[in-house]
Design a protein around this ligand. Structure first.
Ligand code: 9MR
Length: 390
């Protein structure tokens, strides 16, 4: 007599395995399809030839633009080869971390300007402008912050921080990212403002953004005051929602007479993103410009985490992303500067935050680890060369 229970169990197991196999097959098909799409991004015949020997800073200046990058004392001070190349290529420097709360505020009543001061001196000694990043962010707060800051004293900490830091660098700053990443439509508010995990919204309400610009303008009337935001570049629903929320925020700030002068578009691009829509991006830039605002590309790089490992193929796809993006951006007269988030693959946040699963080094920036220009460098140079005068 067959053991019916065993048979049933075996049958269930077989059915389970069968559906697992189907799921696996669907997943494999999906990955293969993605891989095919990525391969199609590469056009090996597209050349990135450049004319002349000018550096990026010279090519940008020819068009009335600035080109620069983010870095820190920990790289520019010990790595002289890198520092020399940096000063050749860039005419604007932004600290990658030195002016964030967690760097500036070792203790509740203490400010530490040592790295910022080193960087501003380095910039000005080498004929570079200096820009500040960032006065208000929900992230990169010091460890003591959670225990000390509360609804009663938050406004005091907020205004004191902005006033002290902007006064310290008053007259030396080209521009300040006054508020960074205040939009998060996923948080569910109709105006798209981030209201979760942000002490500023939680303690001060939505008007903290306007307040920040007013305090900064009073302390440093010369600096260009910028609202800086991520995730605005592609034709995908999440970016569409973010663009629309940013525009609404900028309109609101302008209508209240807030001293805001520019939008910073971070531009962390993804090499495998297929939803780039020049018309949509152009329209967004135009809408921002028609509010009387300037535009800066503040943190440009191209993530290559999921691109084919072959560096030749990878560099082609990355360069195409740079050139396609910058060609649209530089057509907009309101754009005044392009900054990459790091200059050489020797130092990129993506090697830590978005490493490749195969262990290969990431290649998101214009120079390789040996400071040699890659196709991405050519792509930026070509975009400047083709750009109209600004
Ligand atoms: O590249 C920066 C990384 O080294 C820091 O650990 C991190 C937190 O301070 O910030 C990174 O820079 C971010 C920038 O400040 C705001 N836009 C996104 C950038 C990349 O995460």
């Amino acid at each position: 007599m067959p053991n019916y229970r065993l048979v049933t169990r075996r049958r269930t197991l077989c059915m389970g395995l069968a559906s697992l196999t189907t799921i696996k097959a669907v997943e494999i098909a999906k990955i293969e399809q993605q891989n095919r799409q990525i391969q199609m991004l590469d056009n090996p015949t597209r050349d990135f030839k450049i004319l002349g020997k000018k550096t990026l800073r010279e090519r940008a200046l020819d068009k009335g633009l600035f080109f620069g990058s983010a870095s820190g004392e920990d790289k520019l001070s010990p790595d002289t080869a890198f520092a020399t190349r940096f000063t050749k290529e860039c005419n604007i420097l932004v600290p990658e971390g030195a002016l964030k709360w967690n760097a500036l505020r070792p203790a509740p009543n203490k400010f530490d300007f040592s790295e910022g001061d080193w960087l501003v001196k380095f910039a000005h000694t080498h004929g570079m402008l200096f820009r500040g990043h960032t006065l208000v962010w929900h992230y990169a707060l010091p460890k003591w912050f959670k225990e000390i800051v509360n609804p009663q004293n938050a406004e005091k900490f907020f205004t004191e921080h902005i006033a002290t830091v902007t006064k310290h660098y008053a007259g030396q700053m080209h521009s300040w990212d006054v508020v960074n990443e205040a939009i998060e439509p996923d948080d569910g508010r109709s105006d798209g403002l981030r209201n979760k995990n942000t002490p500023w919204f939680e303690f001060l309400g939505p008007d903290y953004i306007e307040l920040a610009f007013r305090v900064a303008a009073e302390a440093d009337p010369k600096a260009l005051l910028v609202y800086n935001e991520a995730g605005l570049e592609y034709d995908i629903p999440t970016h569409e929602a973010r663009r629309s929320a940013v525009l609404k925020l900028l309109e609101r700030l302008k209508s209240k007479g807030t001293p805001i002068h520019a939008l910073g578009i971070q531009s962390h691009l993804a090499g495998d993103e297929t939803h780039f829509n020049p018309k949509k991006l152009q329209k967004f830039l135009n809408d921002v410009a028609s509010l009387g605002l300037k535009i800066l590309i503040t943190e440009l790089d191209v993530k290559d985490q999921r691109l084919p490992v072959d560096p030749t193929v990878r560099d082609h796809i990355i360069a195409a992303a740079y050139e396609d993006y910058l060609s649209v951006v530089l057509d907009e007269p309101a754009v005044i500067a392009v900054l990459t988030w790091g200059l050489s693959d020797r130092y990129s946040w993506l090697s830590i935050y978005s490493p490749r699963s195969d262990g290969a080094l990431v290649r998101p920036l214009p120079l390789d680890v040996n400071l040699k220009p890659k196709l991405a460098w050519n792509a930026i140079a070509r975009a400047f060369d083709k750009s109209p005068k600004h």
